[in-house]
Design a protein around this ligand. Structure first.
Ligand SMILES: *[C@@H]1O[C@H](CO)[C@@H](O)[C@H](O)[C@H]1NC(C)=O
Length: 576
């Protein structure tokens, strides 16, 4: 029917020939057979009983020289004429043959001669799970910041599975971990892919690298799978401040230490890496003057001495230090530097009061001076002992702390020792000990404790009679070992009688010089000897004096008849 229509439409000769061939072919295709076999069957495997299915016996197959005709391409199937069956001639790979197309089949003709017969055979190839899902790469690498927010997604490479249907890729799974979850997707073309979803905050410091496995699984029985490694490098974020390993650093240093002396090292660690973990140190809130005394190495945290320490000014220094990473995060700590005292200060003597002169009659135990001694050092180095020269009549007595009294231990005699140079020495108990001295020049003031003393016990002098009145006869002299007024001597005649007349009517004495003068002209014949007493008195208050006490009777009048002048003998006498 169709053919006749076609003829009517095209009346050309050529078309007519084609038509005839087609008619032959149409009439020759007597039957159809259809088989379904799994792929990958071994050579010689049974495909179908073609003889039975096409209603031909084996003899006809042989006589008709039955054979298979394929239109190009490979011949996968062979005809076993003896058995009348089709067998696998060449292994069939469904994936090679059809790719993803389903159903997958190929067709061929079985042709017989005498008479010609043409039979069409279609063989459908069913999929077997002979392919595993595979990833193109062996590993996936990610670099994810540790600050990535929860829920962040990371697209994963997809796997391919050449099989189709349930033997194809079904799903992905991520090996068990608590960081990432998996979200599966299908693209419009049916491709399956997955994303990794961050479920827990990342922390580079505790887990800098994460290794996961992505497994792609198909639906075959049994399953086949493919795996790819996921290497995640967690990128650092400056999320860790530096942390000092001590909240207080203690150090001690001798006060006279040299510049550059090592004191201590501070250390802060930062869990971050690179510049985020690079820590620098500095002093914070430091008193201006300390900046010149201590040096802190910015990179190493080493503290050394840069200036001069004085225990007496400051016994310890408490300094705040700060560690900063390059991202500006900080931590702080304290350094306590104790200064160890060195005996570098000698005692200092201050004379608070000093009485000079002191009277020579001061009793033993008199306080002459009050001395204050200060030593800037501490403890032993500042413990003072105070003493004075032995051999002098003084001693040092400790009164209240740091105060000493210089007291006398015996009486003075100005006439023997008019002054003392008293050395007071203060020593500390350091090793070695430091000491200092001061000299007090103490003068002893005079007390009128000495009476005048005449040069001689008695004086004897002669005068020629008929002298002129007022004539100087001789001088008496006394000395007084006291000083100044106490030693200023006045001379007096003791009022005694001579022949019923007062002595002063015969002689006078110059109170200052002790010169004795005649008051009248003497006459040897009337008076051959004159005896009287002279008193020497000093200017003290009260005055002390020494007086002749008795007149010694002596033959002291000389009669000199041959001499024109008679001599009168004078005698003075002093007694105690
Ligand atoms: C005391 O010292 C002074 C001054 O050094 C000196 O002139 C004086 O002679 C000394 N006195 C005694 C008693 O050593």
């Amino acid at each position: 029917m169709i053919a006749s229509v076609w003829i009517m439409a095209h009346r050309g000769r050529r078309q007519a020939l084609v038509l005839i061939l087609c008619l032959i072919e149409l009439s020759a295709v007597a039957g159809q057979a259809r088989y379904s076999i799994p792929e990958e069957q071994a050579e010689g495997s049974f495909v179908g009983n073609i003889a039975r299915d096409l209603g031909l016996d084996v003899a006809r197959l042989i006589s008709g020289k039955a054979r298979i005709i394929t239109k190009g391409g490979r011949q996968y199937v062979d005809l076993n004429k003896d058995k009348g069956i089709l067998v696998i001639k060449e292994r069939i790979d469904r994936e090679e043959l059809c790719g993803k197309t389903t159903p997958c089949s190929f067709s061929f003709e079985v042709i017989l001669e005498n008479p010609m017969e043409l039979h069409r055979v279609t063989v459908e190839i069913t999929d077997i799970n002979d392919n595993s899902p595979t990833f193109r790469k062996e590993e996936m690498k990610f670099e994810i910041s540790e600050s990535a927010t929860l829920g962040s997604r990371f697209l994963l490479a997809s796997a391919e599975d050449a099989d189709v249907g349930s033997n194809g890729l079904q799903k992905y799974i991520l090996n068990t971990n608590d960081m990432f979850g998996l979200k599966q997707h299908s693209s419009p073309d049916g491709r399956k892919y997955a994303e990794m979803v961050l479920q827990k905050p990342l922390d580079r410091e505790s887990e800098p690298k994460i290794s996961l496995k992505l497994i792609a699984i198909d639906g075959g029985t049994p399953h086949r799978s493919g795996t790819v490694n996921i290497d995640i490098t967690v990128l650092d974020v400056n999320d860790n401040p530096p942390v000092f390993n001590q909240s207080l650093y203690r150090a001690a240093v001798l006060e006279n230490s040299l510049r550059g002396t090592y004191i201590t090292t501070v250390n802060a660690s930062d869990a971050d890496i690179g510049s985020n973990g690079l820590v620098t140190y500095r002093f914070s809130n430091m008193k201006e003057q300390l900046a010149d005394i201590f040096h802190l190495d910015e990179a190493m945290g080493t503290i050394t001495l840069a200036g001069h320490l004085d225990y007496e000014k400051e016994k310890k220094h408490e300094i705040m230090i700060e560690a900063t990473d390059q991202g500006g995060l900080t931590d702080s700590s304290k350094v306590l530097i104790e200064i160890i005292d060195v005996n570098d200060n000698a005692p200092v003597i201050n004379v608070m009061s000093f009485s000079s002169p002191v009277p020579e009659d001061s009793p033993s135990g008199t306080t002459v001076a009050i001395i204050n001694v200060i030593d800037a050092d501490s403890e032993q180095n500042g413990q003072i002992s105070c003493a004075t020269d032995s051999g002098l009549p003084f001693k040092v007595k400790s009164t209240i702390t740091n105060y000493y009294a210089l007291i006398t231990v015996s009486a003075f005699d100005r006439e023997l020792e008019p002054e003392y140079n008293i050395t007071v020495r203060a020593s500390d108990s350091g090793t070695p000990s430091l000491s200092s001295t001061t000299v007090l020049r103490l003068r002893i003031s005079d007390v009128n404790d000495n009476a005048p003393l005449f040069d001689k016990n008695s004086y004897l002098a002669y005068i020629t009679e008929n002298n002129s009145p007022g004539m100087s006869i001789f001088s008496v002299s006394a000395r007084d070992s006291d000083w100044n007024q106490n030693a200023r001597i006045s001379y007096f005649l003791e009022e005694t009688q001579i022949s019923g007349n007062p002595t002063s009517s015969y002689v006078s004495i110059n109170a200052e010089t002790g010169a004795i003068h005649a008051v009248r002209s003497f006459d040897y014949e009337q008076l051959k000897e004159l005896k009287f007493l002279v008193r020497a008195q000093d200017g003290g208050s009260p005055p002390l004096s020494r007086t002749m006490q008795r007149i010694q009777s002596a033959k002291s009048i000389l009669d000199e008849p041959d001499s024109p002048l008679e001599c009168i003998r004078f005698s003075t006498r002093f007694g105690l």
